[in-house]
Ligand binder design. Structure first.
Ligand SMILES: [Fe+2]
Length: 167
């Protein structure tokens, strides 16, 4: 049986993007996808487990975030496919590519917010680098996609920080 990698022939694409560039951009996109999925799971887990006075704002904000992250994962994976590369087959395959770490302990609401802010900050840095790298090789579609993701994460940082900021 042919594997996904064997069924796809990146070299046959003639879109003006070099094979090696499509490969490098796809690798960056796999990392962005891994970060996105890991943060999606963490946002969902916090959505379920948050308790205390911050329950309502954090429950609602994490819901908005995991929904956005889920939609984004689809867009990112489909861009990898459009570049002629296979999308990852499992979460196990994704996780080593993630800079965002899975949650392993119970957290207070404030700790959850601090961890989410740190994760979004990590992602913003990786996204900016990947967007610039894609631009460098004229992959404007990927740059546009990653810039849209940057805007989401920078806004998420602001909103999360506002929840725990003392007035
Ligand atoms: Fe829910």
């Amino acid at each position: 049986m042919a594997t996904a990698a064997k069924r796809i022939a990146p070299a046959t694409l003639d879109t003006g993007l070099e094979k090696r560039d499509r490969s490098a951009v796809s690798k960056d996109l796999v990392e962005v996808l891994a970060d996105t999925y890991t943060l999606l799971l963490k946002s969902h887990v916090y959505h379920w487990n948050v308790v205390g006075p911050l329950f309502v704002p954090l429950h609602e904000l994490t819901e908005a975030h995991y929904k956005d992250l889920f939609d984004a994962a689809d867009v990112i994976a489909e861009r990898i496919r459009s570049l002629g590369h296979p999308a990852p087959l499992s979460f196990r395959q994704l996780l080593p590519n993630s800079a965002v770490e899975e949650e392993t302990a119970d957290r207070s609401a404030e700790q959850m917010v601090a961890r989410l802010v740190a994760d979004h900050e990590k992602m913003v840095k990786r996204l900016r680098e990947a967007a610039l790298a894609a631009d460098e090789v004229d992959d404007l579609v990927t740059t546009d996609l990653l810039t849209t993701r940057l805007a989401f994460h920078e806004k998420a940082i602001w909103m999360l920080r506002a929840i725990i900021e003392k007035a």
